[in-house]
Each structure stands twice: as C-alpha cells, then as structure tokens.
Design a protein around this ligand. Structure first.
Ligand SMILES: Cc1cc2nc3c(=O)[nH]c(=O)nc-3n(C[C@H](O)[C@H](O)[C@H](O)COP(=O)(O)OP(=O)(O)OC[C@H]3O[C@@H](n4cnc5c(N)ncnc54)[C@H](O)[C@@H]3O)c2cc1C
Length: 461
C-alpha cells in the first residue's frame, strides 16, 4: 500500500501556492470575501474577522434582518428584493455581472431611456426634454466628463466654467455627484474623469430579478463562510515583528502571517483601527484626498405608481438626487421608490432622523402635485410605511462609498492599496484602480489585485 501511494505522489499537484502561514482578512464585505475565496482556492490557509453580525458589508438586502433595526419590515409588501445598499450592477460583462451569469440569475436591465431628469421642478425623459438648451448642455457636460483628466477643480467649478445654467445643476448632481457617492460641490472631477476612462465594461445597468444581492454573495462565497468570525472588530494591527498580532475590541489577540485590510476608508480615517508601525505617509496622505460620503437609503411603498410605469430612475431633484423605481421589470405592482441621498444632503437628512421621510415626500409632492403624501402606504395606525437605512450611522461602515476630492487622482487610489513590508495588504472599493471604485465591481477587482500581491509576496520567500 505505501508503495502504491508513493507511486501516486509525483502526480499529486498539491496546492497552487505552497505556504505554511495564514492570511487573515479583516472585513467580510465583498472585497474580503472574494479575496479569501481566491486565496482558499489556491490552497492558502485563510481566516476572516468581521466586526458586524453578518457578512456582506455595504451589500445588505432586506430579508432576515432584525426587527429591532427594521420594525416596519413585515409591513412591506414588495414582491422583489429590496436592497439597503448596492442595488444595481454596472456592466453585464463586469466581474459581478459574470457572477449573475454563472448562477444563471435572471436580471433586469435599466436602459438610459428609462430615466427621467428634473429641471425647474419638472421630471421628464431625455426625449421629452428634447432640444431644451440647458438640458442639452448638461447632457453634453456629463458625456464629456472624461475629458477632465488632470483637472484639480471640483465638479461644480467645472460645471460653472462650462457656463451651464443653474437650472440644470440638479441633473448634474444626480448623474455625477450623488451617483459617485457625494455631491458636486465637494467632489473632484479629475479623478472621476480618470475612472471613466479606465472603465472597460459594456456599461449596462442591471439588477437581479429576484435574488437579493446579499444572497448572491452568500452563495458565491459559501466556501469561505465557515472561516468568518463575526462580531469581532479588530482594533489594532501590530506588524512590527513576526507573527503579526491582531487585537480585537474585547482584548483577544490573534497571531497571523499576512493581513488583508478591507475595511471602509471611513474606518481607517477615524483611527479606530491602529497600526504599529503607523501606515506609510504616502498612504495616509492619499487617504486625506478621499471621503466616504454620508449616505441614506429610504424605501417607500405607494398605493399606486404615479411617476410612470416605465420610469427607472428620476434624477436631479434638489430634494432627492436619485429615485429608483426598484420594482420596474421585477414587481407585479411596481409601486416602490428606492431613494438614495449621498453627500451633504444625506448629512442634513440624517440629522432629521425619521423626518427625512417627510422631506422626501415633500419633494415628491412638488414634482407630482401632492401625490407623494396622497399615495404613500400607511399602517393601521396611519403611520407611513418606509424603511430607512442611514449608512453614516452604521458602526464599522460609517458612510456610503468613497469619492475623490479636488486634486485627487488614480495614483492616490493606488497608494491607498499599496502593500506594506510584504505583510500588510489593502483591498476594498476605495483601493480599486480599474475605474470602478465606489462599486461592488470595484471591491471585487481590488480583491483580485490584492491576491496577486499576496501571492507575489509569498513567492519571494
Ligand atoms: C446606499 C448605497 C448604495 C450603493 N449602490 C451601489 C450600486 O447600486 N451598485 C454598486 O456596485 N455599488 C453600490 N454601492 C457601493 C457598494 O455597496 C460598495 O462599493 C461595496 O459593497 C464595498 O465593498 P467592500 O468590500 O469594499 O467594503 P464593505 O462592504 O464595507 O466591507 C467592509 C467590511 O469590513 C467590516 N469592518 C469594518 N471595520 C472592521 C473592523 N475594525 N474589524 C473587522 N471588520 C471590520 C465591515 O463591517 C464590512 O463588513 C452602494 C453603497 C451604498 C452604501
């Protein structure tokens, strides 16, 4: 028998990467799960620490969530997945889009023709705005955004320099500032231009027809789920010697050999996670050039669809930069609006608490002649039915997604993801350099990049 086994040995290929150490991933969001999954596939020992009580991070779907946090969840009648964070995928040929295909998920496409744009408190389609000169100027500016590579201006300054009428500022905030996680006043246009130039996907906006986004992550990364230790916030990373020592919030320490940090940059910026030695100056300098915008998602159900059965997005209102008709193509009734407010306005709405819902309904009332308050569904106590997710107040997430400030460029994103001493590695949407930062695809792409860096470091020894 031993002789027979010995005969097999030369044919056993063993793991793809031979490594006796352990790689620890901090954060079980998209980037952390995918990085762990690829490393595991290569035969490398991995474990994952997650601060929160579930995996997914900023991919969070409204099912099986705690009633303490979402008391009105049972009142919602939606017959399609309601998303609290990421809700669409940019690019049917992107990494995320390919996951949909691998799992044969039916998806819905939201073509540009399904969008409405708001100017002078009126929402109309691109076709209906027709040759309105202010709309055309805004459309042209948006289309040519990529020509601003190297500019150190804010998006708003660039809009002003282009001489665009203020009447169209909302359209450009809905399609640029808010879409990229902030608002035009604070956002740098140079890095956005670089990102749009780098992007190579087909640009189709799709969403799964009936699968919650969080479930897609859970299925795709099921092989590493048992390696995730939930409710374990890491507060310090000491990589001054071997092994690296991680300390959790409850004081427990863990030894490991390499660490991949995937926490949002908001967490890195607040300093709740300390590094010893401190992070390199190039990285901390670049971190100051990006922000995690405040971010709010509000889901509202109405008794009827008064915004248009074929409308997907309503972009550019000053009160709400983005309404998404989340049931389009997915719901029998199509009466749900998913509101995303980012940046300064999200900070204002966050301060209002539940009053944010009234502010949103007031905005709808202006756009649709009082129909917001008229048709909002109410419970038996005549309270509005809604779900409010304030990402800024979520511990260990602290905001929406990263956006560049004026003067930032893609080299800064690269610096934020630079490995340190072949021991410390960084991934997560903010470190994406493929032009997809701020998205699930950016997080996935950063995971592919970081695994290559870890494997290169392992092979050096
Ligand atoms: C409202 C909203 C709408 C969005 N819409 C879209 C969209 O339509 N399409 C799209 O592609 N993207 C969208 N995004 C962005 C997308 O969700 C993110 O880019 C992506 O999920 C980020 O993944 P990540 O792995 O980089 O970070 P995260 O998902 O944030 O994962 C990081 C993980 O680290 C954990 N963590 C933090 N601190 C610690 C610690 N100290 N110790 C241990 N763990 C820690 C966190 O709990 C979290 O689970 C949206 C985001 C928001 C908030």
């Amino acid at each position: 028998m031993p002789a027979a086994l010995a005969g097999c040995a030369p044919k056993d290929p063993g793991p793809e990467v031979v490594y006796s150490g352990t790689v620890t991933v901090i954060g079980a969001g998209t980037a952390g799960l995918y990085a762990a999954d690829i490393l595991h596939t290569k035969g490398i020992k991995v474990n994952i620490f997650e601060a929160r009580d579930q995996i997914g991070g900023r991919v969070r779907s409204l099912r099986n969530q705690s009633l303490d946090q979402y008391p009105l969840m049972p009142q919602l009648s939606s017959d399609f997945p309601v998303e609290l964070g990421a809700q669409t995928c940019l690019g049917s040929d992107s990494i995320f889009g390919k996951i949909f295909k691998t799992y044969n998920l039916n998806s819905v496409e939201f073509p540009p023709s399904s969008s409405n744009f708001v100017m002078s408190k009126v929402a109309k389609s691109e076709a209906d705005w027709g040759s309105d000169p202010d709309f055309l100027a805004a459309k042209n500016f948006r289309k040519n955004l990529r020509n601003n590579v190297g500019s150190a201006s804010s998006v708003l300054q660039a809009i002003q320099s282009a001489g665009i009428n203020e009447r169209a500022y909302g359209v450009l905030n809905g399609t640029i500032g808010n879409a990229y996680g902030g608002n035009n006043e604070k956002m740098g246009i140079g890095e956005l231009a670089e990102e749009e130039k780098l992007r190579t996907t087909d640009g189709l906006v799709i969403a799964p027809k009936s699968n919650p986004m969080q479930d897609i992550l859970i299925s795709r990364f099921s092989s590493v789920q048992s390696m995730v230790q939930l409710n374990t916030p890491i507060v310090s990373v000491n990589y001054s010697a071997d092994p690296i020592v991680l300390t959790a919030k409850d004081g427990t320490t863990y030894n490991t050999d390499k660490v991949i940090v995937t926490v949002p940059i908001s967490v890195l910026k607040t300093g709740v996670m300390s590094f010893s030695p401190g992070l390199p100056g190039a990285m901390t300098g670049s971190l100051t050039k990006f922000q995690m915008g405040d971010s709010l998602r509000v889901v509202l159900e109405f008794k009827k669809n008064f915004w248009g059965e074929s409308v997907g997005l309503i972009l550019g209102s000053t009160g709400v930069p983005e309404y998404f008709s989340a049931g389009l193509g997915r719901s029998q009734v199509n009466n749900t609006l998913s509101v995303t407010v980012n940046g300064d306005l999200a900070a204002q709405y966050s301060a209002l608490g539940e009053g944010a819902v009234d502010a949103i309904l007031a905005d709808l009332d202006i756009l649709y002649a009082g129909q917001g308050t008229q048709f909002i569904r109410k419970d038996t106590n005549l309270k509005n039915i809604y779900i409010l997710q304030d990402w800024t107040k979520m511990p260990y997430l602290l905001g929406g997604y990263s956006y560049p400030m004026p003067g930032a460029n893609n080299a800064d994103r690269k610096a934020m993801g630079q490995p340190v001493n072949d021991k410390l590695f960084f991934a997560g949407e903010a470190t994406d350099v493929s032009g997809q930062a701020g998205t699930v695809n950016g997080a996935l792409a950063s995971a592919e990049r970081v695994v290559q860096e870890v494997v290169t470091a392992i092979k050096k020894v």
